[in-house]
Design a protein around this ligand. Structure first.
Ligand code: ATP
Length: 630
């Protein structure tokens, strides 16, 4: 079960509750007022019928005035209709509001994921928190989304209790003493019955609460199973798994796992549910029937001995039965609101996830000459939770307009170097300077304007090709096409049914699926469109065919132009196109220098680093050169 932190005090809990109401009010201003008005109308509705029926019966058994009867019936009809229509109106506003709240509450979390420090996004804990909130909302019906529903239940039952007390009050007022009816008229009997009604309602609340606790406890065991169960369910929906499933004939394996988890979840939950329901609610239903019988008897006796009218019997019995259900609902909903605060707290804890990155405010000077120089000074970095340095003591200068090839074995720290450069992470030791000022002092969004990066695991989205390239809804189509041409995918886009407006991926009917290499070229076009002073390509040719790869290499000078460019590649042939080569090994920059110094030194350390690959380069560089001259 999700528990609020042990340190959460009563005051904290009430604060979270108010905070919850405030956020609901901010997101959908009409929702809470409609909930309050709806609750009052809903709870008042039954009493119109109870009260006016009692008066009609009394009139029928008494004066039998036709005009008064017509007035009572007409009044009952009109009032019922008016309250019914007003209540439906409120329900409509509430339904719309609930719908909006659901999405706005989720969007608030999604916005956080898109804007929080990248360091948070890479932490499994961060995602687990969100998963808990989602599951609490979908499975336990808990969280800020439940505040209007719980408020509705609470206020409806509170008003029902208040109205029923007002309507049944006279039944328990001892009548003027009459010795022959002294037992029925005795105040002690009234008190005894009132006490029994309250006890029976309290018992029903107690069993209700115990049942909810049982459900939550059982949910704890079911939640991990459901998590795996939904993983298999998603597999069936996602076409990307389709190829492997067929080739490796995994249909049976997946179906069996899917059903196994579904059955375990069902067995743990549904199977015992009916048993527990009858155990908890059976006794309370029997007690409440018994008490109702006694109350009917008491009121009937009062009518028999002439202490109250027949019409009043209808009124009192109706009001007491409303009280019983209203009181039990009141306590249950109050308990639920209290339990729900833990989930509201979870929501705010997520939204208030600390962003550890220091937020600078210095504007980055806009320079048309791109005179930006970046220096790493004794920079060391370990990933959060890791004991091993991903980069150790890195010192280097990225001089304006220089083109760098970064090489090194898998895991040697090349991508980490880019993550630090783009401030996705901050180093624990040393500093990174832009034009001699620590990059942490600059406004982060402005600092990011300096970089166009194509990551190894770049992502395109199911927007149109043009929007993917320009990363905007409105963009310069001519420039987008130019960038696609430079990246070598312009003709493919022109051939698409809607050209630049063609949506990527088969999410809608017009969408196109494209190859891995084409995706990579569109990602390169996106980097070109941004036209930032620093261009970083991290393994940009991994999915490209040899001709396309060669084109990217040979166009690299043109793509990078006078910008500072960093080119990470495992293919040593890429080094030919860069003035400077940085060689990483186990997080340490072991060599830096020009192409001639590093690559052409056959006995140098660089070759010694991984001879087989160097051999491959030696064999293929000649071919690449020949291909280039063609
Ligand atoms: N998010 C992370 N959390 C913890 N450790 C990480 C994380 N990302 C990378 N590492 C580790 O940091 C080291 C450097 O990784 P990095 O991705 O920089 O290597 P790389 O040189 O780019 O490798 P490749 O050539 O395979 O892309 C590796 O040991 C890697 O396992």
């Amino acid at each position: 079960m999700i528990k609020s932190s042990d340190k959460t005090t009563f005051k904290d809990k009430t604060n979270y509750l108010w905070k919850g109401f405030r956020i609901v009010q901010r997101m959908v201003p009409s929702l809470l007022p409609a909930t309050i008005a709806g609750a009052i109308l809903k709870s008042f509705n039954p009493f119109i019928t109870i009260y006016l029926t009692a008066r009609i019966i009394d009139e029928l058994l008494g004066a039998r005035s036709l005009s008064r009867l017509a007035f009572l019936i007409g009044f009952a009809l009109i009032l019922n209709l008016a309250v019914f229509l007003a209540q439906k109106g409120m329900e409509h506003i509430k339904d719309m509001g609930d719908y909006q709240l659901y999405y706005l509450g989720k969007i608030e979390m999604d916005q956080l994921i898109l804007s929080t420090d990248y360091e948070n996004v890479e932490k499994p804990d961060f995602h687990l928190k969100k998963q808990k909130i989602d599951e609490a909302c979908q499975m336990h019906r808990r969280g800020i989304w439940q505040l209007p529903r719980l408020t509705d239940r609470f206020l409806t039952s509170l008003c029902t209790v208040v109205f029923s007390m007002a309507f049944a009050f006279h039944a328990f007022i001892p009548s003027s003493s009459n010795s022959s009816h002294s037992f029925i008229a005795s105040p002690w009997l009234s008190l005894l019955l009132l006490g029994m009604v309250i006890l029976s309602s309290t018992y029903s609340v107690w069993s209700n609460t115990r049942f909810s606790k049982w459900v939550f406890k059982r949910m704890d065991r079911v939640m991990p199973i459901n998590r795996i169960f939904s993983f298999y369910a998603n597999l069936l929906d996602d076409h990307k798994f389709g190829k492997d499933v067929r080739i490796y004939q995994q249909r049976e394996l997946i179906s069996q796992s899917y059903y196994r988890f579904m059955l375990s979840s069902q067995e743990l939950f549904e199977h015992d549910m009916a048993k527990m329901q009858s155990r908890f609610f059976g006794i309370s239903a029997a007690i409440s029937s018994l008490i109702s019988g006694l109350v009917y008897l008491f009121i009937g006796m009062k009518a028999l001995v002439g202490l109250i009218s027949i019409g009043s019997v209808v009124q009192y019995v109706g009001a007491i039965s409303q009280f019983t259900t209203g009181f039990s609902e009141l306590i249950t909903s109050a308990t639920e609101i209290w339990q729900n605060i833990d989930y509201v707290e979870l929501y705010f804890n997520f939204l208030e996830t600390p962003n550890p990155k220091y937020k600078g405010s210095l504007p980055v000077e806009k320079r048309s000459d791109n005179e930006y120089e970046i220096e790493f000074r004794n920079v060391s970095f370990k990933y959060p939770g890791s004991e091993i340095y991903a980069l150790k003591n890195l010192s280097l200068k990225l001089r304006i307009g220089d083109h760098f090839a970064v090489v090194g074995r898998n895991g040697s720290g090349k991508t980490t170097f880019i993550k630090l450069l783009t401030r996705l992470y901050d180093p624990q030791e040393g500093e990174i300077l832009l034009n001699d000022i620590n990059i942490q002092k600059y406004d982060y969004q402005e600092y990011l304007h300096l970089f166009s990066v194509v990551f190894q695991d770049f992502q395109l989205f199911a927007f149109s090709v043009g929007q993917n390239v320009a990363t905007d809804v409105h963009y310069d189509k001519e420039r987008a096409m130019e960038c696609l041409d430079k990246a070598g995918v312009g003709d493919r886009v022109r051939d698409m049914s809607k050209g630049l407006d063609t949506p990527l991926y088969k999410i809608d009917d017009d969408g196109v699926e494209i190859s891995g290499g084409e995706e990579q070229k569109i990602a390169i076009a996106r980097a070109l469109y941004k036209n930032a002073p620093f261009v970083v390509l991290d393994e940009p040719t991994a999915a490209l065919d040899p001709v396309a790869e060669f084109e990217v290499y040979s166009k690299f000078q043109e793509i990078a132009g006078d910008k500072t460019a960093i080119y990470i590649s495992h293919r040593l042939s890429s080094c030919r196109f860069c003035d400077n080569i940085l060689v990483f090994n186990q997080g340490v920059l072991i060599q830096s220098g020009s192409h001639n110094e590093l690559i052409q030194d056959e006995d140098g350390q660089y070759y010694a680093l991984w001879n087989a690959q160097a051999q491959y380069y030696k064999e293929n560089s000649e071919k690449a050169r020949v291909l280039g001259s063609n």
